[in-house]
Write a protein that binds this ligand. Structure first.
Ligand code: GN1
Ligand code: MG
Length: 372
């Protein structure tokens, strides 16, 4: 079925005007669907869920339905005292009342989500203010879902953000003939392999702290990159976080680290020049300031002690994930050309190097918030 035919399966009034491509996600395919009646228009986000990444899309949708309904209630309760109007996507049912639609021809699973009103996002951080908003939006989301029962969530992506598992996968791929061949194909590829090797001992840092009982699992967003932070085009304030596929139990550090690697790299994930990539500590100061406005009440001393490591680790992890996918022949992340995942890996690993070089400055910024 075509995206237009799929769009008509959802419970929206009016006639379909158009379905156009939307966003820049590396996993799902995303469209904007526009419907009109004689008096108004409704737009929504239409997505084909990547079945290779999410083999049980129905479970992804059950989580999303439960978490968004819970979070919408929390937002409504707090609305009177909030400094802004917070938004969050809502799951739009099919005409048959389901959370998603399965295309009988292809077996693909599609979903529809409400669009965040009058808001935009960027693939790259623009200003310190933008980083502050990204931090506050993440902290707000983590706070409002913090009491959602983690045992009621399905694990739709086992191993997600478990860095030692990505390392084990890297090892397995490098042990194959094709993986070895790609690793050794160029000096640059060999250099990336060495970069990961040299950080092997650091990779279990968060999982070890969790196993020792220092860190606790909580509901997290999982993918708070800058593209998923919606900014209100009228006030300039953050208004929503989108892309709720990966909301599940985890360490809040996965989110913090991911937000930092994304919001503090002004060059973005796919820059033209690798030289433009660095970890900007002014942006980081902004991100932390925004994050702590919301997160300060629920961060323990142990949580705070691992924030620097989370920034370094999640950046290294994403570099390793892109690099491994390149070695494996691009099975996970969507690519437009053969070397795209290798290039993405170079960016994240360069960023990781920059984070390591600025460790002192980053820890000093975090240190200002140690006292709570
Ligand atoms: C993927 O699909 P997208 O672009 O929202 C990935 C994230 C990465 C991100 C990097 C489920 O997210 O973990 O950080 O690419 N999502 C999944 O751009 O693997
Ligand atoms: Mg995502």
């Amino acid at each position: 079925m075509t995206p237009a035919e799929i769009a008509r399966q959802f419970n929206v009034r009016g006639q379909l005007v158009a379905v156009t491509a939307l966003g820049s996600g590396n996993v799902n395919d995303t469209y904007r669907a526009i419907f009109r009646t004689t008096s108004d228009e409704q737009q929504f986000v239409l997505q084909r869920i990547n079945r290779h990444v999410f083999p049980q899309p129905e479970k992804v949708m059950a989580n999303m339905r439960a978490v968004t309904e819970y979070a919408h209630r929390r937002i409504r309760v707090e609305a009177e005292h909030a400094d802004r109007i917070w938004q969050l996507p809502r799951v739009i049912s099919t005409r048959g009342g389901q959370d998603c639609f399965k295309d009988p021809e292809s077996g693909d699973v599609w979903r529809a989500l409400s669009m965040i009103a009058s808001a935009y996002s960027h693939d790259r951080v623009e200003t310190v203010e933008h980083a502050v908003e990204a931090g506050q939006v993440l902290g707000h989301f983590q706070r409002i879902i913090s009491d959602f029962a983690v045992d009621q969530m399905e694990d739709t992506l086992p191993g997600f953000h478990i860095a030692p598992r990505y390392l084990a996968h890297f090892d397995a791929v490098v042990a194959t003939e094709a993986g070895k061949r790609r690793r050794d194909a160029t000096a640059e590829s060999r250099r990336l392999a060495k970069f990961v090797e040299e950080r092997r001992a650091f990779i279990p840092v968060l999982e070890d702290a969790w196993r020792r009982g220092e860190l606790k699992q909580r509901p997290i967003h999982g993918d708070p990159k800058i593209t998923n932070i919606m900014i209100d085009e009228i006030t300039g304030k953050g208004t929503a976080i989108v892309d709720l596929d990966t909301v599940k139990p985890g360490l809040i550090h996965y989110d913090f680290g991911d937000a930092a690697r994304s919001a503090c790299n002004p060059a973005g994930e796919e820059p033209e020049n690798l030289e433009d990539v660095f970890f900007d500590t002014d942006l980081f100061e902004g991100l932390v300031r925004g994050y702590f406005r919301e997160a300060a009440p629920f961060l323990t001393a142990a949580d705070r002690a691992y924030l620097f490591d989370s920034v370094r680790l999640i950046t290294l992890e994403l570099g390793m994930r892109f690099y491994t996918d390149y070695l494996e022949g691009n099975r996970y992340f969507k690519v437009k050309h053969e070397l795209q995942n290798l290039e993405r890996a170079r960016v994240q690993l360069k960023l990781c190097e920059s984070i390591e070089a600025r460790e002192g400055a980053v820890r000093r910024i975090l240190g200002r918030y140690d006292a709570g």
